[in-house]
Design a protein around this ligand. Structure first.
Ligand code: UDP
Ligand code: MG
Length: 139
């Protein structure tokens, strides 16, 4: 059965002109687009989205970075979507990301690391509903 994952092409990917290249890799890897949106996170949205990291030392910088410019948010569908997408994006730290992964190719640092991917089926649903209404998703 196919399931979904949620992604954001982070502000560094947008400002560096990498939207097209990254979306192309995602589609070439077999993901279908269920929903997609070019938007900008408010400080409130970003803080809620990353609330699990609110006690971490990097939280303030993370919120500034994620709200510093527009993003592309999307819901993606594939067999084994969450795990396969985490493989496609690579490790959080681009220096540790496998060759050919999105973070290996397009990320500058552990903080400005090009792209988000959900870490579980449950979070994929929570994160998708955070940015998309039901009638904006085409399953
Ligand atoms: N992050 C950071 N410094 C760190 C760890 C994480 O700035 O030491 C940022 C980075 O943008 C990362 C996000 O916080 O993508 C969420 O962290 P998480 O550990 O959930 O990594 P991910 O799931 O994005 O790989
Ligand atoms: Mg995470």
């Amino acid at each position: 059965m196919k399931n979904i994952t949620f992604t954001m092409l982070k502000p560094d990917s947008v400002s560096k002109g990498n939207i097209g290249k990254i979306i192309d890799k995602i589609i070439q890897d077999g993901f279908e687009i269920v929903a997609m949106k070019y938007t900008r996170l408010s400080i409130e949205d970003a803080s809620e989205f990353y609330s699990i990291h609110s006690e971490r030392p990097f939280f303030g910088d993370l919120i500034s970075y994620m709200t510093g410019g527009p993003i592309v948010a999307a819901v993606l569908k594939k067999e084994n979507a969450v795990e396969d997408f985490r493989k496609l994006i690579g490790s959080t730290n681009p220096l540790e990301a496998e060759k050919g992964t999105i973070r290996n190719l397009f990320a500058d640092s552990i903080s400005e690391n090009a792209i988000h991917g959900s870490d579980s089926d449950e979070n994929a649903i929570i994160e998708s509903s955070f940015l998309f209404e039901k009638d904006e998703m085409f399953q």
